[in-house]
Every structure is written in structure tokens, then in C-alpha cells.
Design a protein around this ligand. Structure first.
Ligand SMILES: [Zn+2]
Ligand SMILES: [Zn+2]
Length: 238
């Protein structure tokens, strides 16, 4: 009721096309949501990279064959192009945290198609070092994962994984340097919380996968049964 009233007084406008939206909890209208390009199979059976070939193709990409990741499976739902690219930017840097609701809708639509996270018992996010969190004010991965957990009815923990070393920004480094930069930079609060669990790790963008891989290494070495990754977006050439 209150929502209806607020919407009458201050109508919600789509962040992309400025058209009026009837749902005041959303930031993107239905038409613009449809313009967000979904990634299509075939995917690498490990890292989720798009492969060339028939959609039913089940294969791993050359990178995964050469250097098998620690996670069991990574999925990325949408192409990292506009309008999604600028929406993610608004979410992270302009701190429009309400976009996490729209993003969760998008992630859930994708997850349903491929039965992702069906046996998952715990949702985790990528932690931020306290110094960076202080500067950034929000941890976007934490907001997204918490929202997803709530919607799926799966327990979420924001403090199981910890970032103990304040590393250089991954985006500024090349692949080899990224892996070195991250080595032993995460820790686990309590390994009994992850033992024998199927875990879904949530982040916004999959770039080289070195961050999620380092977290997966820690989780697997601490007894996690299965680690799956879901990210909202991935660049075409990543
Ligand atoms: Zn729109
Ligand atoms: Zn791969």
C-alpha cells in the first residue's frame, strides 16, 4: 500500500530509457531488461567461456585443459555490454545498491534455465579487504550474494571468507601477475562451516577468474564438496 502511494507521488523511472516503471522496487523497465544480452551455449564445462560449435557441445576450453581451475563450474549470465555495463558501473561506483534487485532477477532467470545452484547449501561472496571496504563503502559482491540467498531461500554468509591481504587492483594486472597477487590473500573464518557443503560463490563480473579460483582453492582445501561460481556478466573475450 505504502509502495503504491510512493509510486504515485514519485514514479520510478527506468535508469536506461527514463520510461515510467510500475514497480517501485525496480530500476530497469521490462523492455530494457530484454535488451541485456544473455550469453548462449556452448560453454566451457569448467569456466563457462563461450565456445564455438553446437549448443549441446560439452567441452573444456584450452585454458582449463592446461590449468584446471579449483572450482567445479563457473557460469556467467550476460555479456558485459551496455546497458548492463553502465548499470554495473552505477551499482558499484555510484552506489545505486537498489540495482541489486534487478540484477538478482536477471541472475535467477539465467540460473533457472541451467538448473544452477539446485543442490547448493551455502552462498558466499568475494570479500573485500577492510581498508578497501572503508574507501568503497559497499561490497557489491556481498550485496548481490545476500540478495540472491534471500530470494532462493539458501543461507548466505558474508564473513566466512576474509580478505586478509590488501592486494593491488586485479584490473590493473596481467594474468600471471593476477595469480601471484592473490596468492594466500584470503582466509577462512571457520572451515567446519564449509566442510562437505555445496557452495555457490557470487560476483558481478568474471574477468580472468583468478579471484574466484583463489577463493575456490581455499574452500576446496578446507573440505567444501562442490564450488560453483555465478557472475552477472562476463566480457566476450574474457
Ligand atoms: Zn527502460
Ligand atoms: Zn574454460
Amino acid at each position: 500500500m505504502l509502495g503504491v502511494l510512493i509510486n504515485l507521488l514519485y514514479p520510478a523511472l527506468c535508469r536506461v530509457c527514463s520510461k515510467r516503471i510500475n514497480d517501485f522496487n525496480r530500476n530497469i523497465c521490462g523492455d530494457c531488461a530484454k535488451k541485456i544480452k544473455e550469453r548462449l551455449p556452448p560453454f566451457c564445462a569448467k569456466c563457462g567461456r563461450q565456445l564455438k560449435g553446437e549448443p549441446e557441445l560439452m567441452d573444456t576450453c584450452p585454458d582449463c585443459k592446461k590449468d584446471m581451475p579449483y572450482f567445479d563450474r563457473a557460469w556467467s549470465a550476460y555479456h558485459y555490454d551496455d546497458p548492463l555495463k553502465s548499470l554495473i558501473h552505477d551499482f558499484k561506483y555510484k552506489k545505486i545498491t537498489s540495482l541489486s534487485t534487478d540484477f538478482t532477477d536477471l541472475i535467477i532467470n539465467f540460473m533457472k534455465k541451467y538448473n544452477i545452484g539446485r543442490d547448493c547449501q551455502l552462498i558466499l561472496s568475494i570479500p573485500m579487504h577492510p581498508d578497501r571496504l572503508f574507501k568503497r563503502e559497499i561490497n557489491h559482491s556481498d550485496i548481490l550474494a545476500r540478495n540472491l540467498g534471500k530470494r532462493m531461500g539458501i543461507p548466505y554468509s558474508g564473513n566466512t571468507l576474509k580478505k586478509t591481504k590488501n592486494t593491488l587492483l586485479q584490473s590493473k594486472l596481467k594474468r600471471g601477475a593476477r595469480i601471484k597477487n592473490l596468492h594466500l590473500s584470503f582466509s577462512l573464518k571457520d572451515s567446519s562451516g564449509v566442510r562437505n557443503k555445496n557452495i555457490l560463490l557470487v560476483d558481478d563480473i568474471f574477468t580472468t577468474g583468478s579471484t574466484v579460483n583463489e577463493c575456490s582453492r581455499l574452500l576446496k582445501n578446507s573440505g567444501a564438496r562442490r564450488v560453483e561460481i555465478i557472475t552477472l556478466a562476463r566480457g566476450d573475450n574474457a
